[in-house]
Design a protein around this ligand. Structure first.
Ligand code: CIR
Length: 252
């Protein structure tokens, strides 16, 4: 599995924020944590390729938002935050060698963080970043490939994947306060510990997980259910409203 990551911009302190108050990000500490995250991906068998960034793209590290990579195609997003739109070209250049590309065009907007792929089902969150036109274009690209697309509306969080992520091809981890678990009735559904609202965002590489160290109770639940979980400290990037899946694009 290839994992594309992207350098943390030296302008990270000008990042977009939606639901959290601005607090300074310690750039050297954030870069150290980011390298640990990359090492955790390597420990799960990923080959990590880190793309460069510059100070015109404060949110570059959150590479997940720029694309949705499927086995057949990569859909290049059009991020809902205008400041993030030019992040897409560098990622398209890297993915264009690996997949055919489809682009979300204006007036559509779509952030990769709003797209949750679970096997052949794709859940798309309508959020402040992802609009109806973006969702329609996305559906038009993937439905002919045999994916079923379901529309969801998360609340109180930035992206759908702040509220729910996939643990494997039939199991999701959900914060039921931010997204109704009813949407996932066809799947196995685990819930986070209620005292850890950000804990639903975990990275899964073939069912082996990377979770944030800030959420020990949810990690215990996952281990009790038999999942192998590595914990990483993601506290600096959480000040930029980023979680774990946002920091990589997995390319099977
Ligand atoms: C933003 O607001 O766009 C960034 N500061 C955080 C993006 C996090 N991405 C994600 O959850 N997929």
């Amino acid at each position: 599995m290839l994992a594309l990551t992207r350098e943390i911009s030296s302008a990270i302190n000008r990042c977009e924020l939606t639901h959290v108050a601005r607090e300074p990000v310690d750039l050297p500490a954030a870069r150290t944590q980011h390298r640990e995250y990359e090492r955790a991906l390597e420990a799960l068998g990923c080959t990590v390729r880190r793309l460069a960034a510059d100070d015109t793209m404060p949110d570059s590290v959150f590479i997940e938002d720029t694309a949705v990579v499927l086995a057949e195609v990569a859909i290049m997003s059009r991020p809902g935050a205008a400041s993030r739109r030019h992040e897409v070209d560098g990622v398209a250049a890297a993915l264009g060698r690996l997949r055919s590309l489809v682009r979300i065009e204006p007036p559509g907007t779509l952030d990769g963080g709003d797209v949750l792929v679970v096997g052949r089902s794709i859940f798309v969150g309508r959020s402040s970043r992802t609009n109806a036109a973006g969702i329609e274009q996305f559906q038009g690209a993937v439905a002919p490939l045999g994916y079923s697309v379901r529309l969801l509306t998360p609340s109180n969080c930035l992206h759908l994947k702040s509220a729910a992520t996939a643990l494997d091809e039939r199991t999701v981890l959900v914060n039921p306060r931010w997204i109704s678990r009813e949407y996932f009735n066809d799947l196995d559904c685990l819930t986070i510990d209620g005292s850890e609202p950000g804990a639903a965002n975990v990275v899964s590489v073939h069912g082996r997980l990377i979770a944030a160290a800030a959420y020990p109770k949810t990690c215990r639940r996952l281990r009790d259910r038999g999942f192998d979980v590595q914990q990483v400290d993601a506290s600096e990037l959480s000040k930029a409203e980023g979680a774990l899946t946002c920091c990589s694009l997995l390319v099977p």
